[in-house]
Design a protein around this ligand. Structure first.
Ligand SMILES: [Zn+2]
Length: 292
């Protein structure tokens, strides 16, 4: 079985990106795995601290490992947005393949200092775990927002990106390149799209020569995503789009069977709704791989 590092290297060589989808229940996990298996492309599932608290850190570790083994399929597990070393150590002990160690809210040099310490501590526990660090400001919360925050001052520069990667030893960098967590109401309706700073991505890739993750991919213009992958983005995170589909699918399942109480009869429309979103995103991220 390939490791996440070799999967990322291979995706990069083929001009593809690995889709990363947040999950917090079995509906989402089934939908992500189902879509990835249908398209036969590797996939990452991620859980933030809040999502892990709901599901259980050791429990999701065991569950994803059992799926990978049973289906002999490259599904990888990421500890998304982890804000303390204690939570990171929990994830390392549970066998997570990757972690986003996110101290981007701290002053830059403090972020560098503590991320470097975390890289050392986490690799001592789980040497194969890939550690991602985060710089800049891309907002918080994979929710639906009423208005757009001003993130222009928090954009990452190639210089600080290089300094961060060299000083900390992270395997993956999450820069701020016009992306944003969550979606605006107009994006949920499909009226507006997020746009990315493609030149900035190119500059950061050239300066760091490391794996790059795009957070907050929900609601982003398709062509910008294609160009971002061509410019060096290796992982794209999608969360809010899945949450919207989950809710709509659940409402549909409940409405279709008003007297039903068996979850396994109510929930399939939710699985299907999420699966469709995952499939369309995976197709886009893997266009080059599938064309080859
Ligand atoms: Zn994120």
């Amino acid at each position: 079985m390939n490791t996440l590092r070799t999967v990322l290297q291979e995706a990069q060589a083929r001009g593809a990106a690995v889709g990363h989808f947040n999950i917090s229940d079995l509906v989402l996990l089934k939908a992500v795995l189902g879509a990835a298996r249908e398209l036969n492309v590797p996939v990452m599932v991620g859980l933030s601290e809040g999502e892990r608290e709901f599901v259980g850190t050791r429990q999701i570790g065991a569950l994803v490992r059992s799926l990978r083994d049973e289906f002999d399929f490259p599904i990888f597990l990421n500890a998304d947005h982890t804000h303390s070393l204690a939570k990171g150590i929990e994830a390392a002990r549970a066998g997570f393949d990757a972690i986003v160690f996110d101290l981007s809210a701290l002053p830059f040099e403090e972020n560098v200092r503590q991320t470097k310490q975390a890289v050392e501590a986490l690799k001592a526990i789980h040497p194969a775990m890939l550690v991602e660090g985060e710089i800049g400001d891309i907002g918080t919360g994979s929710e639906i927002h009423d208005s757009s925050p001003d993130l222009s001052k928090g954009l990452s520069t190639p210089e600080e990106a290089k300094h961060f990667v060299v000083s900390t030893g992270v395997d993956i960098l999450a820069p701020a390149v016009g992306n944003m967590h969550g979606m605006l109401r107009s994006m949920v309706k499909g009226e507006t799209k997020k746009r990315l700073d493609l030149e900035r991505i190119t500059g950061i890739k050239r300066a760091t020569e490391t794996f790059l993750t795009l957070h907050g991919g929900s609601g982003t213009d398709d062509d910008d995503l294609r160009r971002a992958i061509a410019a060096g983005i290796n992982i794209v995170h999608i969360n809010t789009e899945l949450r919207v589909a989950w809710r709509r699918g659940l409402e549909q399942g409940l409405a279709q069977l008003p007297d039903e109480v068996a979850p396994y009869r109510i929930l399939p429309p939710a699985v299907e709704a999420v699966k469709q979103v995952v499939e369309s995103r995976l197709r886009l991220f893997n266009e080059k791989r599938r064309a080859a």
